[in-house]
Write a protein that binds this ligand. Structure first.
Ligand code: WTA
Length: 643
């Protein structure tokens, strides 16, 4: 489009970048023409192997059979720690910035290695073996990173549960993958508020008879309940453990972690990632997308409870020997200048955050930003949802003073790492576009009938071939993996996102085309929230849709039909919100509850979500034809009483 703004690569940025425009073109072409050769070279460059692989890639997407570097032996923790000790043992691996600005700490590679080895030995003495699952429910502190790496070191599979999830959510995740050990902390801190992590775990474990060990990091020092035999203090156990723990050689296709994520139907799925391909992919993308150079201070503001934290706080950066900042707090505490102050305090060069945070801080005005220097910043990043051009421009102009490129990185829990993104030294930017596919990534746009759309077009985004970081399965339910991702367009991986490709081959993600909503960058399934609502005895039926929300990107709009004889009251509304918080967590709490005497249904009884979405969006002109509904007057009633 001719009126589109284009930001060329700044010459000084390109001058020192790892990859420039011509490099991207050449490498991308090669990565498609000689995929196996390309990835074999990268796996050799980014990862240290104990033994070489037999085959680079085995792939049958329709059957859900994906293997990268099978037969190769490595250990992910060894790659993230041990191999750096000789050259950068005293370098800072993690900078921890506490929720309270008075607390910060540096952890060197040697110190992190020591902590990981001791913790790995503690896990072993508690009976954890290769292949066992371990649940991690931690605040954003270095011990959370150590816990992940300790599992990787002995070949245990971690399942990190975000600290904002409720005891019910912890329980269902522990049961689904049969975790027997939980690593947690007494409390977390966020925005000055204590999060009762251990108490949540205690409550969850009432329904988890197989859990025999809970390791508790003493963080705030609060009083907590204790179960002798089961519970042990992290610091005390580590102090008496040996710091010598050999890294278990793992096959490239052994599991590394499970991470639960929401889809359009059913309970959250345990997305399964493996070791060799995943590590190669996240290390490569971390280096090139963030143009990481030795000595840079890199800060990704995500939580380790999400995939962004796994791939771009822990595994990618540490595999590259980077200095990665771990922030416990929130963007607005104690003031909306916190991010910018932390950048100055720790001289951050690369800053990676989410559009929802940018929009919230933009609303606080330029003042809090302009009161800081930010001279150390060289590159900005965005992830989690489409970034609206207005927020992009503010981020670029005010935060980055016009000198820092922005990498708008599109990817998913399932993809393991970034798939579509600018390379900052190579790609001219268009605000709101994730721009171009990375190496080995072959996106395509499909119409509803399964035809691939050429050239400039809009359609459903699929990927035509696998890449090393791709998920391998849904834990315990391989058929669900196939059904969810590989059936809609046989032979291709279906992302669930809609997308437009422009005349320059730039990709513009338009958002989910399924019943997944993205609230402040947190991915939620509308079905999960509906299931939580109908657990309340007063609720007969519930339908949840997303609607545009100025700060959160999407808000949660619930239409609720009550049981006969129940009256809608403010108190009942509060009870429903509490039910959702209990079942899932505060992040899933509806922004709007509209009492609905009836829901629009087809004659066969299917809820017409399209119509509910239009009502929630207040786009009443587009509601369209309602004559096929079982009872068209339902719509008039809902429109008249919008929440
Ligand atoms: C959305 C987060 C537009 C998308 C890494 C995807 C984005 C879902 C972007 C995955 C982006 C993520 N532009 N949309 N740069 N990044 N998304 O699994 O809808 O939490 O399918 O992974 O977030 O969310 P998930």
């Amino acid at each position: 489009m001719s009126d589109e703004k284009i930001y060329p690569v700044p010459a000084d940025f390109a001058a020192r970048a790892h990859l420039k425009a011509a490099d991207y073109e050449a490498l991308y072409a090669r990565s498609l023409a000689d995929r196996d050769g390309f990835w074999a070279e990268q796996a050799g460059r980014f990862v240290s192997w104990f033994e070489p692989w037999r085959t680079v890639c085995e792939e049958d997407l329709a059957a859900g059979h994906i293997r990268w570097f099978a037969g190769g032996k490595l250990n992910v923790a060894w790659n993230c720690l041990d191999r750096h000790l000789a050259t950068r043992g005293e370098q800072t691996a993690l900078i921890w910035e506490g929720d309270d600005p008075a607390f910060a700490r540096h952890v060197t590679y040697r110190e992190l290695h020591d902590e990981v080895c001791r913790l790995a030995n503690v896990l072993k003495t508690r009976g954890v073996k290769k292949g066992d699952r371990v649940c991690i429910y931690m605040p954003m502190i270095p011990a959370a990173v150590a816990a992940m790496l300790a599992c990787a070191r002995i070949g245990a599979v971690h399942s990190v549960v975000f600290g904002g999830f409720s005891p019910e959510s912890i329980k269902s995740r522990i049961l689904d993958s049969d975790c027997r050990v939980v690593i947690t902390a007494d409390q977390g801190l966020r925005g000055g508020k204590a999060i009762p992590l251990k108490a949540n775990v205690d409550q969850a474990l009432e329904g988890c008879p197989n859990v025999h060990t809970v390791l508790v990091y003493r963080h705030t020092g609060a009083d907590i309940a204790w179960q002798d035999g089961r519970d042990g203090w992290y610091q005390d156990l580590l102090a008496s453990a040996s710091a010598d723990c050999p890294a278990e050689p793992m096959d490239a296709e052994d599991p590394l972690f499970i991470l639960y994520t929401s889809g359009s139907t059913g309970k959250p799925k345990g997305v399964l990632h493996t070791t060799g391909g995943y590590l190669t992919y996240v290390a490569l993308t971390h280096k090139y997308v963030f143009d990481y150079h030795d000595g840079d201070v890199y800060w990704c503001t995500a939580d380790v409870g999400w995939v962004t934290g796994h791939s771009y706080i822990v595994y990618g950066p540490l595999a590259n020997g980077a200095t990665s900042l771990v922030f416990e707090g929130v963007p607005t505490h104690p003031t909306p200048a916190r991010f910018w102050e932390v950048i100055d305090k720790h001289q951050v060069n690369i800053f990676y955050t989410a559009p929802t945070a940018i929009r919230a801080l933009m609303r606080a005005g330029d003042g809090p930003v302009l009161g800081t220097s930010r001279k150390s910043l060289r590159l900005l990043g965005s992830v989690g949802e489409p970034i609206n051009p207005e927020a992009w421009e503010w981020y670029h102009r005010v935060v980055g003073e016009g000198r820092c490129p922005i990498v708008d990185t599109w990817w998913q829990t399932e993809t393991g790492g970034i798939l579509i993104s600018p390379l900052p030294g190579a790609t001219a930017l268009k605000p709101g576009s994730a721009t171009k596919p990375l190496f080995g990534i072959e996106p395509a746009l499909m119409d509803a009938d399964g035809n691939e759309l050429p050239g400039a077009a809009s359609g459903n985004l699929v990927l035509k071939r696998s890449w090393p970081g791709m998920m391998r399965s849904v834990y315990g339910d391989h058929q669900r993996f196939i059904d969810t991702y590989l059936k809609a367009y046989p032979g291709y991986y279906f992302t669930g996102d809609g997308c437009r490709r422009d005349e320059d081959g730039y990709y513009w993600i338009t958002g989910r085309v399924d019943d997944v909503i993205n609230v402040s960058g947190h991915r939620l399934g509308t079905a999960e929230i509906e299931s939580a609502l109908v657990l309340h005895p007063a609720v007969a039926e519930a339908a949840v849709v997303g609607y545009p929300h100025e700060i959160k990107g999407q808000g949660i709009y619930a239409f609720v039909t009550l049981m006969a004889g129940r009256e809608p009251t403010p108190a009942l509304r509060d009870e429903l919100l509490a039910t959702v918080r209990k079942e899932i967590g505060a992040i899933a709490s509806p922004d709007v509850i509209q009492w609905a005497p009836g829901l629009p249904k087809t004659r066969s009884g299917k809820i017409m979500r399209r119509i509910l979405r239009k009502i929630a969006e207040n786009d009443l002109a587009s509601i369209g034809d309602t004559t096929t509904l079982a009872d068209p007057t339902v719509v008039e009633e809902l429109v008249a009483n919008r929440g």
